[in-house]
Design a protein around this ligand. Structure first.
Ligand code: FPP
Length: 250
């Protein structure tokens, strides 16, 4: 693979249930396999020097699933968190979570906090789990924070701009994702990173998450490297900027 230019890759890990059911397994078996794939992708991303990896592991809408499935998912999350903490530390991975974490079972919250604390000084991959997360909820929290600042006379409404709103997001420690990968062939964001995805490249693969491989991840990165990111400019302008920024003293 050529030199990595993606800084932040985010993944919507979809299709665990369908993958399992099409093989006459329980949906939960699909989640167990999905967790193994997540582990492999995290270690791979860390080894190739990616800076940020965000995994959409549980959406606010997922709380509406059958109680047994939610409960098993929480148990799986807790088990993985306990089992993998030492590997996060060993691999120099800094762990974070975004989302309404107070809605998670107390044992899961405690386990997450322990991983965040024990990895806070790590300098390698920044791994973020989006848990009980939705893009709308992220934006709502930002708007509420700005409204409170206005109420407290710390801010005037005319001062609000895109940068202030970005900084008010609970996920503001993350750069916007360069690449969003979605498995299972569905071409939608499903309430993930609504604000941050404005210029993300989106890579959709028909593979279900439990069958997603390191090669598939590399293919997504190669796809990203082949894209021309124009950010609203023309192709000519983009190349002019690249040429001039390559000049010495520029
Ligand atoms: C989407 O498949 C997946 C989820 C809702 C949960 C993702 C969870 C894991 C990969 C396991 C735990 C993760 C970690 C990182 C420990 P789906 O159930 O929506 O599949 P379907 O669309 O086929 O029903």
């Amino acid at each position: 693979m050529q030199k990595l230019s993606a800084n932040h890759v985010a993944i919507i890990m979809d299709g665990n249930g369908r993958w399992a059911q099409s093989r006459s397994h329980s949906r939960f078996y699909g989640h167990i396999r999905g967790a193994k794939v997540a582990k492999n992708i995290i270690e791979h991303a860390s080894s190739i020097g990616l800076k940020h990896l965000t995994l959409f592991a549980f959406s606010t809408e997922n709380w509406f699933r059958p109680v047994e499935e939610v409960s098993l998912l929480m148990k799986l999350l807790l088990k993985q968190m306990e089992r993998e903490r030492s590997n996060l530390v060993k691999n120099n991975i800094q762990f974070h979570c975004i989302g309404e974490l107070h809605r998670l079972p107390p044992a899961v919250q405690a386990s997450i906090n322990k991983s965040i604390e024990q990895t806070k000084d790590n300098t390698g991959l920044v791994l973020t789990f989006a848990l009980s997360y939705s893009g709308r909820q992220d934006l709502t929290a930002a708007v509420r924070l700005l409204a409170e600042k206005i109420e407290n006379k710390e801010l005037q409404s005319q001062e609000i701009n895109e940068q202030l709103l970005s900084l008010a997001l609970p996920s503001s420690f993350l750069p916007d994702p360069d690449l969003i990968i979605r498995t299972s062939g569905e071409s939608r964001l499903s309430n993930f990173f609504l604000w941050q995805a404005a210029y993300s490249e989106i890579y959709v693969t028909p593979k279900m998450w439990p069958e997603f491989t390191l090669n598939d991840f590399n293919s997504a990165i190669n796809y990203y490297q082949s894209r021309e990111r124009r950010f609203g400019r023309t192709s000519h302008q983009v190349h002019e900027r690249l040429d001039s920024s390559a000049l010495p003293n520029n």
